[in-house]
Ligand binder design. Sequence first.
Ligand SMILES: NC(=O)c1ccc[n+]([C@@H]2O[C@H](COP(=O)([O-])OP(=O)(O)OC[C@H]3O[C@@H](n4cnc5c(N)ncnc54)[C@H](OP(=O)(O)O)[C@@H]3O)[C@@H](O)[C@H]2O)c1
Length: 301
Amino acid sequence: MLFSLIGIGVFTYGVIFTLLSLLSDCDLQLLFYEKFGKSPRRLKGKVVFITGASSGIGEHIAYALAKCGVRLVLAARRNEELQRVKRNCIDSSKGLLEDRDVLVIQMDVTDTASHRKHFQHAVLHFGRVDILVNNAGRSQRAMWATTEMSVDRQLFDLNVFGVVSLTRVALEHFDKVGCGHVAVVSSLAGILPVPYSGTYTASKHAIHKYNGSVQPSDKRMTAERCGYLSAVALANKTSESWIAVFPLISFTYIAVYFPIVFNIALRLLGPETLFKLRDSKDLDEMTEYGSISRSTTVGFQ
Ligand SMILES: NC(=O)c1ccc[n+]([C@@H]2O[C@H](COP(=O)([O-])OP(=O)(O)OC[C@H]3O[C@@H](n4cnc5c(N)ncnc54)[C@H](OP(=O)(O)O)[C@@H]3O)[C@@H](O)[C@H]2O)c1
């Protein structure tokens, strides 16, 4: 009788787990927090420094937080875009934020020598920074064998060393004030192997180990949804959260918990099929062999 009950329990757990991971656009912990955890509204009044806030996911994390009255530091290279995002943040906050509550900092994350100066600017302006969101990053579509070394260097400078350097500067500040929170927008490419993105995958794996717009034909998550789920993850201080559309969350669970099954599936599906899951283009439409492309879609990069 006891064994039957345990068996039914395990079976029911397996069915619910599988169904939820198939239907959800994030991992199950984040799904739980979205429904029952702390709302991002709890972050009201905090100061959040977001890199790569001029477009994509960083822009939408900024909007999700602005709606909750979170004070923002928007950092990236394109000043005009940052000013546009700042105006939208103030508008979407519906009176919770004023001009001085959103600070724009024009900075190149690969210029690590300037990190201290920029971070101090934010600290002087607000009196403190509570959360650093390392979001700035670039993706890549290329054949690994013919990728130029300069591309490897550029991607690592931005996706890895920029994050490491700015985080160290932030940690000094958090140490002084006694608290703080660092988040990194990485990628499922930091967990799974991703075809035709060798350098990008390696840069995101490196970050893991260290511790756009949607086209009509894309079945991808919007940056808005990704920004909102990221805000939920920040409010609940998750150590790691996965955000992606079907079937990538289930794939990730299989890869992490059943690597042998995943490797067999990988062989059966082949790299071309996996490539299509993350990209609406076919491989033979790729024009940027060995170059870095700015990503405009949200999903599995
Ligand atoms: N989109 C996806 O499907 C997806 C999936 C998984 C993970 N991610 C990750 O999410 C993060 C954001 O990607 P996204 O898709 O939102 O890309 P995006 O729309 O291209 O935005 C990238 C942001 O990074 C900034 N940036 C790029 N190079 C920079 C530099 N040298 N210094 C400072 N800022 C720089 C860009 O601003 P400026 O050009 O103004 O500097 C822009 O604000 C990346 O880390 C990416 O790897 C994205």
